[in-house]
Design a protein around this ligand. Structure first.
Ligand SMILES: [Zn+2]
Length: 613
């Protein structure tokens, strides 16, 4: 397998792979940085080295190669990450028997085959004529049908079951994938029958579930049937259309969120490709996290009069608390009941509605104050309470002030009174965006380290190391990126003068690597992949990226001066420690009247006291 791993690493650029998940900014040279997707931070401390094809976050200490990133980001095991990246890189993996595949892989295979089966039927099967007719009536172009992978589930009890078992898929896996239902006799039948099928795909385009729409207008069954919760489908995680919208969301720096799958398809067909749908009524934290990989701006269209409006507002509250800029799209009078309707009337109306989306607070103020007498004290009081409770949820102190001023002038009240009221009602959460985040559980305890990340002293994520540790870290970091200096400085710094432990071990290994291969790195460093990387490998990677971040641009002369000065300090510190240990032993030896030992210690002390050459 290691040949394939190497081939994948060669073909994929880590900067591109990670760039598909998080917005990147230049980090000096060929390096990039980003706000870490694994902990909350305001300033980027997540570094990617293009040369080394590695990443490291100096805020939370996570790091690795392209495999570790995908595993962590998408919650995959190594095998699944390998599959995903192999596909991306166009590397063919050796076949392995289906029963050896992980359950996740087996279910994904079952779903992928189901999608192909449904799509093939929709394309030309005689029994799907009414489905094709429906698609045509909706005005969906063949390219759209293809892009969204639409299909047709036949009006049979075992159409899919037969097709999949013929391909070697076990009935139990078809059931676990949510595509079949078990009957009382232990047999299985198709969950979806005579329906237009919308595959739901994850951000990487893998089918994780389906929505099936009924085709007979007089059918007694539910209009829509969804895949139930399975090991791989969780509707609170799914965002319909995200795999097609991600690029556009990043480019436009905006995610347009609509209610239905059909709305998404209409939007994409009309060229509004930054559109997705949440498959519930309220956006979840997980969905927001997914969107935040691409943008911090959301414009949401929801039917304010619908029963789901209250739930939708919960999602918006969450988005605000997560630090998103949230806007609300309102369709003008007579423009249709939903985006699909509106676009079919005139795409330009929809374009205008998206462009004219108002900030959620503005929307709230407008909807709460409509047809209200703002001079009526009771109205004023209720309105004030509702708006203040909303403002208190904002994560940002400046935003809070902004909206307090707005509400103040609206209600004709001094802001100070409103602030007092907000504090009194206990609604005012701490202004720190971290403290008020509802999803703080996954947060790193050293959050905010990113804000001072430019000093190497801020890169600590383990219990405060002493000065010698920090100096040794910097020494290694510089040498890793300036290996040409190794021959002249390692002589200055015997391994024993480094603090005992990982750093000394790494230094010894790197010196050994240097003598063996000419590279100042542990000899086995480059062969380490993904989760297989050892602790020493992880430390090497961290210091390598520290070097890339802070010292790669340093002129070699200055780097050498720095290395010599650090080596001097470490030697000096080592001498002092050694000396005080010897003096302690000497006192003991004198107390014991051991003159031979005293003399030998004296000799050692003299040697150490000699100034270094
Ligand atoms: Zn981090």
């Amino acid at each position: 397998m290691s040949n394939e791993v190497e081939e994948i690493k060669k073909r994929l650029d880590i900067v591109e792979v990670i760039g598909a998940y998080v917005p990147l900014v230049r980090g000096g040279g060929a390096n990039m940085k980003a706000r870490c997707p694994f902990h909350q931070e305001k300033t980027p401390s997540f570094y990617i080295s293009k040369d080394r094809q590695m990443w490291h976050c100096f805020g939370c200490g996570e790091g690795g190669d392209v495999f570790t990133f995908v595993m962590k980001m998408d919650g995959l095991d190594f095998r699944d990450a390998l599959h995903q990246l192999a596909e991306k890189a166009g590397v063919k993996l050796p076949e392995f028997k289906p029963e050896e595949a992980s359950e996740r892989r087996r279910l994904l295979d079952a779903l992928s085959l189901s999608q192909k089966f449904f799509a093939a039927l929709l394309a030309e099967a005689p029994q799907a004529a009414h489905a094709r007719e429906y698609v045509k009536r909706r005005g969906l172009a063949p390219e759209t049908v293809e892009a969204f992978g639409l299909g047709y589930a036949p009006a049979e009890w075992d159409g899919l079951m037969r097709a999949l078992t013929k391909r070697g898929i076990k009935p139990i896996d078809i059931e676990k994938a949510g595509m079949a239902v078990r009957n009382e006799r232990g047999g299985h039948y198709d969950r979806f029958r005579d329906r237009l099928m919308f595959p739901i795909r994850d951000v990487n385009g893998q089918v994780t579930g389906f929505t099936g729409r009924v085709l007979q207008p007089d059918a007694k069954e539910a209009k829509y049937v969804n895949t139930p919760q399975t090991a791989i489908y969780d509707k609170s995680l799914a965002l319909y259309g995200i795999e097609l919208a991600r690029q556009s969301i990043r480019e436009t720096d905006l995610a347009v969120v609509v209610e239905g799958n059909v709305d998404v398809i209409s939007c994409h067909e009309a060229g509004f490709t930054n559109t997705v749908a949440a498959s519930g009524t309220a956006l979840t934290v997980e969905q927001l996290r997914l969107i935040s990989r691409f943008t911090r701006n959301i414009a949401i269209a929801f039917d304010a009069d619908s029963a789901g409006a209250k739930a939708a507002r919960r999602g918006l509250d969450l988005a605000l608390a997560e630090g998103f800029d949230v806007r609300v799209i309102t369709l003008p009078e007579g423009a249709g009941k939903d985006p699909d309707d509106c676009i079919r009337k005139d795409p330009e109306i929809w374009r205008g509605a998206v462009a004219g989306a108002v900030h959620f607070m503005d929307y709230l103020i407008a909807s709460l104050t409509a047809h209200q007498d703002l001079d009526d004290p009771t109205v004023k009081k209720n309105l004030g309470q509702e708006l203040l409770s909303e403002i208190s949820k904002l994560p940002d102190a400046i935003l809070k002030m902004h909206w307090l001023q707005r509400v103040g002038s609206l209600l004709n009240m001094p802001e100070t009174v409103l602030m007092e009221e907000m504090a009194r009602s206990g609604g005012d959460k701490p202004a720190s965006q971290y403290a008020s985040r509802p999803v703080a559980s996954s947060q790193s305890p050293v959050d905010g380290a990113g804000s001072t990340a430019h000093s190497p002293l801020s890169t600590i994520h383990s219990p405060a190391p002493d000065r010698d540790h920090l100096l040794a870290r910097i020494f290694l970091a510089i040498l890793f990126v300036k290996p040409e200096l190794a021959s002249s400085v390692v002589f200055d710094l015997p391994a024993e003068t480094l603090p005992e432990g990982d750093l000394r071990g790494l230094y010894t290994a790197a010196v050994a690597g240097y003598t063996q291969t000419g590279k100042f790195l542990p000899p086995d460093f480059e062969g380490q992949v993904g989760a297989a990387a050892s602790a020493a490998g992880a430390l090497a990677r961290e210091l390598l990226l520290l070097g890339e971040r802070d010292y790669a641009a340093l002129p070699t002369r200055d780097a050498e001066t720095e290395l010599r000065s650090i080596a001097g300090s470490l030697r000096e510190s080592w001498r002092k420690k050694r000396l005080s240990a010897l003096l302690r032993r000497m006192t003991e030896a004198e107390r014991a009247n051991d003159h031979v030992l005293v003399r030998s210690i004296e000799q050692e002390v003299r040697e150490i006291m000699l100034p270094p050459q």
